[in-house]
Design a protein around this ligand. Structure first.
Ligand code: DX5
Ligand code: ZN
Length: 219
């Protein structure tokens, strides 16, 4: 299983977004994780489709992984697909028919993924497992970067890995050099890190260090 590292754009310096995106691409990271928030679903707001389009224009070859923290992602999936999202992640807690929306995402040529909040039981994903390319287990309560990793979420990763040996399984929230290997041990293969990676003056060295740590253990 390929390990992937995704800096979260939410932690970028807003005054230098183009440079920050180029820095993330040059670090050797696998994709940019773009956090989209509506203030009904989480107590915050962030980017919209225009930021996804900006990423496509600025670094066209840098894969765009788009995390919709929205109550009604169904109303925006088309816009994010048109803006250049390559994976769209929708929350299982959202207020829409996920079977329909996952199908819609796929029909737009985008990879469909489901996200699970820390308090949500992983069993709820069972009916969707055949319909997704990726599952994202939140390891913080969504809404803000820079929070502490909730290790109690890791059994959900292990549950998913046991049921779906070939599925991409991502963790998001509090990712760093200590917590990412823990998530890999539980079965995750994709790792978001926002404040940890953007906070480094040498992001390339930090990504290389994470890859070394992931390669040094028999996961
Ligand atoms: C949380 C977002 C995360 C966040 C991660 O609402 O979904 O992607 O940006 O940031 P860190 O890595 O700083 O916890
Ligand atoms: Zn996210």
């Amino acid at each position: 299983m390929k390990f992937e590292i995704l800096p979260s754009f939410l932690a970028a310096d807003l005054g230098r977004l183009a440079d920050e995106l180029r820095r993330a691409e040059a670090s050797g990271a696998d994709a940019i994780h773009i956090d989209i928030m509506d203030p009904h679903f989480v107590p915050n707001m962030s980017f919209g489709p225009s930021v996804v389009d900006f990423c496509r224009k600025t670094c066209p070859a840098f894969y765009r992984n788009v995390h919709l923290m929205m109550s009604r992602p169904d109303l925006y999936i088309g816009k994010f697909a048109a803006a250049g999202a390559q994976t769209i992640q929708v929350h299982v807690e959202a207020d829409c028919d996920l079977h329909v929306e996952l199908k819609r995402i796929k029909s737009l040529g985008v990879k469909p993924a489901i996200v699970l909040n820390p308090e949500t039981d992983v069993e709820i994903l069972r009916p969707y497992l055949g319909e997704i390319d990726e599952a994202l287990v939140m390891t913080v309560h969504p809404g803000y970067g820079g929070q502490s990793f909730i290790a109690e979420c890791l059994p959900k990763v292990a549950w998913l890995r046991e049921k779906c040996p070939g599925l991409d399984i991502m963790i998001d929230g509090g990712g760093n050099a200590e917590t990412i290997p823990l998530a890999a041990k539980a079965g995750a293969n994709q790792f978001v890190a926002g404040s940890y990676l953007f906070g480094k003056s040498d992001m390339r060295a930090a990504v290389e260090d994470l890859r070394k740590r992931l390669a040094s253990e028999p996961f």
